[in-house]
Design a protein around this ligand. Structure first.
Ligand code: 72M
Ligand code: MG
Length: 214
């Protein structure tokens, strides 16, 4: 049967990227998405904004919601200090299998824990299963109708501390209006918008950075 787009993306990584070189994995995926097949990775333009926020926060404990093929997982993990950990949640087994191999190709498997399961099931288990008290940085890039309920769930589970940074992809396209209204109006967040473009296109999109104030 015909291969899937994530499978073709992985093949492009294994063909064009150098094992153990995260930047070459990022470049191979961006080239594949620009010249072969569009895919819903954050991409190079918004990815540079992600890089700058991660570098500014310099987090020890990171949560990513929605791994897909692992592009943003690699972007984030390559910037983490030794000993820092990234937990990424992905409930589609096919995508998780591809992402695992992308992360290994980048040589970042020691920094990344990919959990195959739903955010709503695993957020409440972060303490007892992973010994995580609070996260320093959370990247939201899963189904857009889950951003708000999962943010409230993280609050209720005590996983956010004063200063935790949430960074949300696609706040314009596809858009997350309920989440945006919440973080922009809540007294518990200081929020700001980074204007950019939908990956590999000229359409407007952007990232919302929200600092939890406790
Ligand atoms: C109109 C329109 C359509 C599409 C676009 C283009 C566009 C551009 C983008 O950057 C996008 O991020 C998206 C987008 O839809 N992303 C959804 C991404 C989901 C991934 O996360 C996984 N997942 C989803 N919910 C959960 C969950 N609870 N627990 C664990 N994993 C979950 C899925 O298994 C996927 O691996 C779309 C732009 C505009
Ligand atoms: Mg996205």
């Amino acid at each position: 049967t015909r291969s899937t787009r994530p499978q073709r993306l992985l093949k492009a990584v294994q063909k064009h990227a150098t094992r153990g070189d995260p930047q070459s994995v990022i470049s191979a995926i961006d080239h594949f998405c620009r010249h072969s097949e569009w895919a819903m990775n954050i991409g190079d333009e918004k990815g540079s904004i992600l890089d700058s926020v991660v570098s500014e926060v310099n987090p020890e404990k990171v949560l990513e919601l929605g791994t897909y093929c692992g592009y943003s997982t690699v972007r984030i993990a390559r910037l983490l200090p030794p000993g820092a950990r990234l937990i990424t949640l992905e409930f589609n087994a096919d995508y998780a299998a591809i992402a695992r191999q992308v992360i290994i190709w980048a040589g970042l498997e020691d920094k990344v824990q990919l959990v195959e399961g739903a955010s709503e099931d695993w957020i409440p288990r972060m303490k007892e299963h992973f010994g995580i008290e609070t996260f320093d940085f959370v990247f939201l890039d899963h189904w857009k109708d889950r951003y708000l309920p999962d943010t409230k769930l993280m609050e209720d589970c005590g996983l956010l501390r004063k200063g935790t940074v949430l960074l949300a992809d696609n706040v314009i396209c596809p858009g997350v209006p309920d989440y945006l209204a919440y973080v922009r109006n809540s007294l518990s967040y200081k929020s700001c918008y980074f204007k950019s473009h939908l990956e590999y296109t000229k359409a407007e999109d952007g990232l919302e950075k929200s600092v939890f104030l406790g």
